[in-house]
Every structure is written in structure tokens, then in C-alpha cells.
Design a binder for this molecule. Structure first.
Ligand code: ACO
Length: 382
């Protein structure tokens, strides 16, 4: 009868480890991550060739248009960026309405959403990608000043993207050293295959939603500590370790009690992350004193991980030295993750455009582990 379940099954253990590990979820010509050799390629170019020789604007041109810009193309793009450096009134109202205790990452997500509400109509375009990427530093710096009781500043059109960001934060034209450091960071983080936030952006784009919605969703994905939320936690960890003498026992204790070391491990890289190599060299120059300790903890952790988790192949990821580099250019810890977004929005928007240009709805399946065919009882019988 209808109340009798003849072939009811109970929940079963999943066969699948989860996390879509090793699954090809899209085709892309934007970037390639080679996990076993530790290579990162942006549209054909090795990241080591781009890291300290190009500026962020050149790299986003490469990601959006598929080729490195000529001088004329670069100048045009820089002028476009400068022309977009405005914050609509509704975004300022939204930012002013946030409590000063709001995390800058949440303020950025709110600002992009408010901006999308007035600035974005229709299918994603490269003009929208430029308009949005140009504004990330403005949104962040405006909120950063508001939360410290200061009024936001006007951009300086003669400054590049990295320099203008630092200027808007501090009100001072930054040193060439700081601009170069931040710029290299922005170049290194701009794209990275099918990472969680990029995949998120592509899923939203695949429903034929708008670019602002894609980017709001991507910011949400980047925020977590397993993705972009780790660098300030790296800083916290290093503070907690405190001294070189303390490092060995602290690391052993963390690993044996099942804590994860922040800034270590990666889903794809089974060797050193090439971005970590670049950032390590920059951190060495930017803060030679602090570097000695950070490097010591890295070396110790790798050897202890090898000892306690043999065969795991855990190395530092991009977040480990990001913390040191960003601190050295004067950013506070809670600006590290949103500054990652200032860079990655270049990649996100490139992926949204690529997805929209050759779209099919992204809609995977799930392995169901619940019961089936249970006998239904009306409310008064339960
Ligand atoms: N410290 C200690 N052990 C680790 C670490 C770590 N940082 N990372 C992984 N392991 C161990 C795991 O405990 C697991 O061991 P087990 O099989 O004995 O349980 C094994 O290595 C495999 O780890 P998974 O969690 O399956 O690896 P996954 O690919 O799912 O996770 C991730 C990758 C999230 C980056 C992970 O290494 C991690 O949490 N790292 C710390 C946080 C961090 O640095 N996040 C920024 C990542 S950079 C970016 O943007 C993706």
C-alpha cells in the first residue's frame, strides 16, 4: 500500500572523495597550472618572465585580449583605467552605511554588488571588465579610509593601477620600491586555472547572469581560508610561533594535533608553487630581517611535514610569502585578501568573458547518499 515501503534503501557512504579533484570542468586558453613541474603559464607566457618585467595593466590586457599590448595599446588601456576611477553615489552610500568593524573583504563584496545594481546591464563585455577591475582599489581604499574616520581621496590620473591604490589608501604618493612590490604581486596572482573563485565566476556566467553577479560570487569564494583568506592567518601563525627556537616544537605540535599550517599545501601543485618562489625573493629584499625567520619556519615545516606525513609533498603556496610582501608595502592584515581580489578580478573577468563567449550551462550531478522509498506518514501520524 502507499504507506508501506517495500524496497526502501538507507543512506550509503559516498564513493567519491569530493572536491572535484582531477576533474576537468572547463576548457580555457587563459592560464595553465602544471602541478608536477611547478609551472604557471598566462596565455603562453611563463609567469617567471612576466613577474618582474610587466605591470598589472599589461597582464590584464594579455588575459582579456589574448596578446601582450603594444605601447599604444597599453597607453590606451591605462587611459581607460584612469577614466573609470569614479565611485557612484549609491556605492558611497552603501559603504558609509557599513559598521566600521566590517571586514574590508565584505565591504568590497557589498560595493561590487551596489555598483552592479546601477552600472551593469546585459551580457558581459570587456568594457565592463575594465570598468570593474579599475574600481576595485577605489572601493577598498574608500572603505578603508571611512572605517578610520577619514574621507576617501580622489585618484591621481598620472599614477598606474598599483601606485594609485597605495596612494588612495595612505594619501601619499608611494615609493617606487613599494609600487614595484605590489605590482609584482598583482601580476603573479592575476589568474590561476580553475581555482575555486574562478570556477564560481564561470558557473554564474554560465547561467547567462551578469558580470557583477559573477564577481560578487567569486569574492565570496575567495574569502575562505582554504583559498584567499590565508595570508593574514600566515601572519598570525608566524606571530604565534614567535621565535626560531620555538618553531620546531610548535610545528610538530600543530601537525600532530591535526592543525593545518597556513600557507602550506595545494590541490594542484605537488612541488613548489612558482609564485611562492617569486614572492620569496621579493620578501627577501623587502624585509631582510623578517625574512630570516619566515624562511626558517618554511624550511623547518617542509622537513617536519616530510617526516610526519611522508609522501604528501606539501610545500609553501602563494599565500605564505604574500603576507610578508604585502606587509612590507604597508598594507594591514585585513587588506591582504581583498588585495588578492584586486589582482584576481583580472582573471575572473577574463574567464567570465571566455565562458560567455562559448557558453553551455555548468550543471554537474551529485552522488545521492540519502535514503529512498521511505514510507510517508502524514503529520498527525508522526
Ligand atoms: N598543513 C598540514 N597538513 C596539510 C596541509 C597543511 N597546510 N595541507 C594539507 N595537509 C594534509 C592534509 O591534512 C591531508 O592529510 P591526510 O590525508 O593525512 O588527512 C593531506 O595533506 C591532503 O590534504 P587535503 O586537505 O586533501 O588537500 P586539498 O587539496 O583538499 O587542500 C588546501 C588544499 C586547501 C590548500 C590545503 O592544503 C590547506 O588547507 N592549506 C592551508 C590553508 C592555505 O594555505 N590556504 C591557501 C591556499 S592557496 C589558494 O589560494 C588555493
Amino acid at each position: 500500500g502507499p504507506n508501506q515501503a517495500t524496497n526502501a534503501t538507507t543512506a550509503s557512504a559516498p564513493k567519491n572523495k569530493g572536491g572535484l579533484e582531477g576533474i576537468v570542468a572547463a576548457t580555457t586558453a587563459i592560464s595553465k597550472v602544471e602541478g608536477n613541474t611547478g609551472r604557471l603559464i598566462y596565455r603562453g607566457y611563463n609567469i617567471h618572465d612576466l613577474a618582474r618585467t610587466t605591470i598589472f595593466e599589461e597582464v590584464v590586457h594579455l588575459l582579456w585580449f589574448g596578446h601582450l599590448p603594444s605601447q599604444q595599446e597599453l597607453t590606451n588601456l591605462q587611459q581607460r583605467f584612469a577614466a573609470e576611477r569614479t565611485i557612484p553615489e549609491n556605492v558611497m552610500v552603501a559603504l558609509r552605511a557599513l559598521p566600521t568593524s566590517t571586514e574590508p573583504m565584505d565591504a568590497l563584496r557589498t560595493a561590487v554588488s551596489a555598483w552592479g545594481a546601477v552600472a551593469i546591464k546585459g551580457q558581459p563585455t570587456v568594457d565592463q571588465a575594465i570598468a570593474l577591475t579599475a574600481r576595485f582599489p577605489l572601493f577598498l581604499a574608500a572603505f578603508n579610509r571611512l572605517r578610520h574616520g577619514q574621507e576617501p581621496l580622489e585618484s591621481k590620473p598620472e599614477l598606474g593601477h598599483a601606485a594609485n591604490y597605495l596612494y588612495l589608501l595612505t594619501g601619499e604618493v608611494p615609493s617606487e620600491e613599494h609600487v614595484q612590490g605590489l605590482n609584482a604581486y598583482l601580476v603573479l596572482l592575476a589568474d590561476h586555472g580553475m581555482n575555486a573563485s574562478t570556477f564560481t565566476a564561470r558557473i554564474v556566467a554560465s547561467t547567462e547572469s551578469d558580470i557583477a553577479s559573477s564577481i560578487v560570487a567569486a569574492i565570496g569564494a575567495l574569502k575562505g581560508p582554504l583559498h584567499g583568506g590565508a595570508p593574514s592567518k600566515v601572519q598570525d601563525m608566524l606571530h604565534e610561533i614567535g621565535t626560531p627556537e620555538n618553531a620546531d616544537s610548535w610545528i610538530r605540535d600543530a601537525i600532530t594535533t591535526g592543525k593545518k599550517l597556513m600557507g602550506f599545501g595545494h590541490r594542484v601543485y605537488k612541488t613548489t608553487d612558482p609564485r611562492a618562489e617569486e614572492l620569496r625573493e621579493m620578501a627577501r629584499v623587502a624585509d631582510p630581517q623578517g625574512f630570516v625567520f619566515t624562511r626558517r619556519v618554511e624550511e623547518l615545516a617542509i622537513s617536519i611535514l616530510e617526516e610526519l606525513k611522508p609522501g604528501r609533498r606539501l610545500y609553501t603556496n602563494v599565500e605564505y610569502y604574500s603576507a610578508a610582501l604585502m606587509a612590507s608595502v604597508g598594507l594591514s592584515g585585513d587588506l591582504f585578501t581583498p588585495t588578492f581580489a584586486v589582482s584576481r578580478v583580472g582573471g575572473w573577468t577574463a574567464h567570465v568573458l571566455e565562458q560567455a563567449g562559448n557558453n553551455r550551462l555548468i550543471r554537474p550531478e551529485a552522488e545521492y547518499t540519502g535514503s529512498t522509498d521511505l514510507a510517508f506518514k502524514p503529520l498527525n501520524e508522526r
